[in-house]
Ligand binder design. Structure first.
Ligand code: NAD
Length: 504
């Protein structure tokens, strides 16, 4: 139910952290007529009422980003880099607060937030600040025969800021994914309208405070809150928006692409996956089992998760036996506790969706050799890590993204079959190969359809590398130079060899 502001709760209090839950537009907090409740998946507690933006807030945020653009675009690279490092300092200074707020809001492990996810958010700013300073301009002179006007013209290629960017993020790694977009956009000299997911809106609000404290001018970063269906279209169809970067699901991506088509606004889409883990008989079995169990991280709510385990027939029994032994030791519970391995899923709707996949798979003949259903004591949102066998390649649970702690296990007879099964979905985000044979690793990697392939490892992300997916897993690549390719307008200026009055 929409909440009227006469019972306004425009602040979330989590431990000692206060989060202002209004929008951040043009350097000031802005309320909405309506609010919506933000509920913690840990215990179902309502954390706050969040400003519920719509068309008016979308227009105001784009207007603020447009007004701030000329000033920020003209700011020197050195100064932009300095402010980005100051934002990173602010994230690091408030690491503990951000980690607690994020865990309370989305239920992912506190220890992961403390040690990996929030530090990475700070690193996103440092990385793109440094990369900005090394980004070269390219100059070259036209060669004889290369131009009708003759040789000697100078071409100068520059990376120009593009304009206001709409950045839309999901709930599974809110601050990390937001900063992965915000940092390169700001570095490029663009201004930003960030729209975080409605199930985990809080750290985006804190990021606005941190950026302001770091000296980011008003209007350069705007944060609007609300349901995607209510505010999204006014953001993505706005003619003053020059880029849209979206991370989320395929159905939403389709809606955004249709909306962006009105102005042909360039899109970067980082979407879902159904990634395979290929385990060959020559692999280090213990390592392969570790890689498989790791897929339960963040209760399986990870786009890159290798949710389809493909094992060579000859080792399938031994693999399954060791997998079950290892997965049985995972501790499920409160994500704020240091010893917890799996927290809750984000929302009752998500849990129902996950359970629906499992029920339908079992009805179609699958066998849950491990898990299936919610935890008997914790109940509700605490879905047990699950392994399904006897699944058909064309079945729903093998073809569709579950986005929960549910893995399938299939076997293959030889390398060719492994590759055929691995590539046989509509996705192409990532793949993991476990093998002890270097040549096999190269052969298989070359044939896999995936934006990222890991060999005997998982989730290693170097920010210089291109990141993105093929097929339904996305459009475009971000990371390193690829981010600047996206967030900049490349301009080539050609100067004649003579003609200036000063002969300069
Ligand atoms: P979602 O598509 O439901 O929502 C993502 C965002 O889009 C939210 O902020 C939502 O409010 C917004 N939105 C919804 N409708 C909109 C509209 N019409 N216009 C504009 N914005 C709209 O996704 P989710 O459930 O939040 O996230 C889970 C999905 O994200 C999974 O499919 C997962 O694989 C994917 N994901 C991908 C990556 C990646 O890098 N490839 C990373 C994390 C998550």
């Amino acid at each position: 139910m929409p909440q009227r502001p006469d019972t306004p709760v425009t602040e979330a209090r989590i431990a000692d952290v206060a989060v202002d839950t209004r929008h951040w537009i043009g350097g000031r907090r802005v309320a909405s007529t309506y609010t919506f409740p933000d509920v913690s998946p840990i215990d179902g507690r309502t954390l706050a009422q969040i400003a519920r933006g719509g068309p008016a807030e979308a227009k105001a945020a784009v207007a603020a980003a447009k007004a701030a653009f000329p000033g920020w675009a003209a700011t020197s690279r050195a100064e932009r880099a300095r402010i980005l490092h100051a934002i990173a300092d602010g994230v690091e200074k408030r690491l503990e607060e951000l980690a607690i707020v994020e865990t309370t809001d989305n239920g992912a492990l506190l220890r992961s937030h403390r040690r990996g996810v929030i530090p990475r958010a700070a690193h996103n700013f440092r990385f793109f600040a440094d990369w900005l300073l090394t980004l070269g301009h390219e100059d070259f002179t036209t060669y004889a025969g290369g131009s009708a006007a003759g040789p000697g013209h100078t071409n100068h290629v520059s990376w120009d800021p593009a304009g206001p960017c709409v950045l839309i993020t999901p709930w599974n790694a809110p601050l990390m994914l937001a900063t992965w977009k915000v940092a390169p956009a700001l570095a490029a000299g663009d201004t930003v309208i960030l729209k975080p997911a409605e199930w985990s809106p809080l750290t985006a609000s804190l990021l606005a405070d941190i950026a302001a404290e770091a000296g980011l001018p008003a209007g350069v970063l705007n944060v609007v809150q609300g349901y995607g269906a209510e505010i999204g279209d006014d953001l993505t169809s706005h003619p003053d928006v020059r880029r849209i970067s979206f991370t989320g699901s395929v159905p939403t991506a389709r809606r955004i692409a249709a909306s962006a088509a009105q102005n042909l606004t360039p899109l970067s889409l980082e979407l879902g996956g159904k990634s395979p883990l290929l385990v060959f008989a020559d692999a280090d079995l213990e390592l392969a089992v570790d890689l498989a169990v790791e897929q339960f991280d963040n209760a399986g709510q990870v786009c890159l998760a290798a949710t389809r385990i493909l094992v060579e027939e000859s080792i399938a029994d031994e693999f399954t036996h060791r997998f079950v032994a290892k997965a049985s030791r995972l501790k499920q519970g409160d994500p704020r506790e240091e010893t917890t391995d799996l927290g809750p899923t984000i929302h009752p709707r998500q849990t129902e969706r996950i359970d629906g996949f499992v029920r339908r798979a079992i009805a179609a003949g699958a066998r849950a050799v491990f898990g299936g259903g919610s935890h008997p004591q914790l109940g509700g949102l605490y879905y047990r890590p699950t392994l399904l066998t006897d699944v058909a390649q064309d079945s729903e649970v093998v073809q569709e993204e579950v986005f929960g702690p549910v893995l399938t296990l299939q076997t293959f007879a030889d390398e060719a079959e492994a590759i055929r099964l691995a590539n046989n979905t509509r996705f192409g985000l990532a793949a993991t190969v476990a093998t002890g044979d270097h040549q096999r690793a190269e052969r298989v990697t070359a044939q896999l359809v995936a934006g990222t392939v890991w060999v005997n490892c998982f989730f290693v992300r170097d920010l210089r590398a291109p990141f993105g997916g093929s097929r339904l897993s996305g459009v475009g690549r971000e990371g390193g130079t690829w981010s600047f390719d996206f967030y900049c307008d490349l301009k080539n200026s050609v100067t004649a060899p003579r003609g200036f009055n000063d002969h300069g």
